[in-house]
Design a protein around this ligand. Structure first.
Ligand code: SF4
Length: 245
């Protein structure tokens, strides 16, 4: 079976410049926000690239991830791999357990499939609430968002302001999927083996499936919903968000 590297890695014109640009955005953000910047990694392929850039260049940007309690074992296994390979600690932010227990008791373990409201409620307690704690006291955060990922992300700027007034940095905004895998191949970056099984975008286990040839990048996320509903709220663009670069 072909690996994701075999399928997607491709050296395209301007690749070195895009790597240099991503690094410059990370460096500049670390200088603007000393001690108050965090990289919130989803542990997906893009975020492994950002992790490698941070580690390779010794940038003072701590890593944090949301341990929702519903991640694939393959995703969770990346945390000790990152810590061993890069000697970086990954902060794990978990939901409030009492809230999770109450939600599951009331709505069931698969409530997210029953309605968009219940799915959003699950994302709110397993992702948004822990994220708000992870970002507390921080003035900026880094994400692996790319414009190519979906229509909703087509305008993602390199830096913007979120609805809490924090700077949000997307150093890979202009990268293609081929760039991501070219970088992973070139720098031997560890990645989630689910990417080799046609999972381009990986979220929680009950809400992610493999995609078929020709399907969109995020077609395997919340596939039972229509396209307009398909964001968990972590990266919803608000009116306050403005392009700064
Ligand atoms: S992605 Fe699915 S399981 Fe994960 S928090 Fe959202 S609804 Fe819940």
């Amino acid at each position: 079976m072909s690996s994701a590297i075999d399928l997607y890695a491709k050296l395209k014109p301007g690749f070195d410049e895009r790597v240099a640009s991503a690094l410059a955005h990370l460096r500049a953000a670390a200088e603007r926000h000393p001690g108050t910047l965090v990289f919130t990694t989803s542990l997906g392929a893009e975020d492994m690239v950002v992790t490698d850039l941070i580690a390779r260049h010794g940038l003072a940007i701590p890593l944090a991830t949301l341990q929702t309690g519903r991640l694939h074992a393959e995703t969770l296994a990346l945390v000790p791999r990152i810590e061993a390979r890069y000697r970086l600690k990954v902060e794990l932010w978990e939901p409030v357990q009492e809230q999770v227990i109450q939600f599951v008791e009331r709505h069931g373990a698969m409530a997210m499939r029953e309605s968009i409201d219940l799915r959003k409620a699950c994302c709110a307690l397993r992702k948004l609430e822990p994220l708000s704690r992870a970002l507390a006291g921080r003035t900026a955060w880094v994400t692996g968002l790319r414009r190519e990922q979906s229509g909703a992300r087509a305008e993602v700027p390199f830096t913007s302001t979120d609805d809490q007034g924090r700077e949000k940095v997307a150093p890979l905004a202009d990268w293609s999927w081929n760039d991501v895998w070219q970088y992973i191949r070139q720098y031997d970056v560890p990645y989630n083996p689910l990417h080799d099984q046609f999972y381009p975008s990986i979220g929680c286990e009950p809400c992610t499936r493999a995609v078929a040839l020709g399907e969109d990048f995020r077609a395997g996320r919340w596939w039972w919903e229509n396209e307009d509903a398909k964001e968990c709220g972590l990266h919803v663009t608000t009116l306050a968000q403005k392009e700064a670069a």
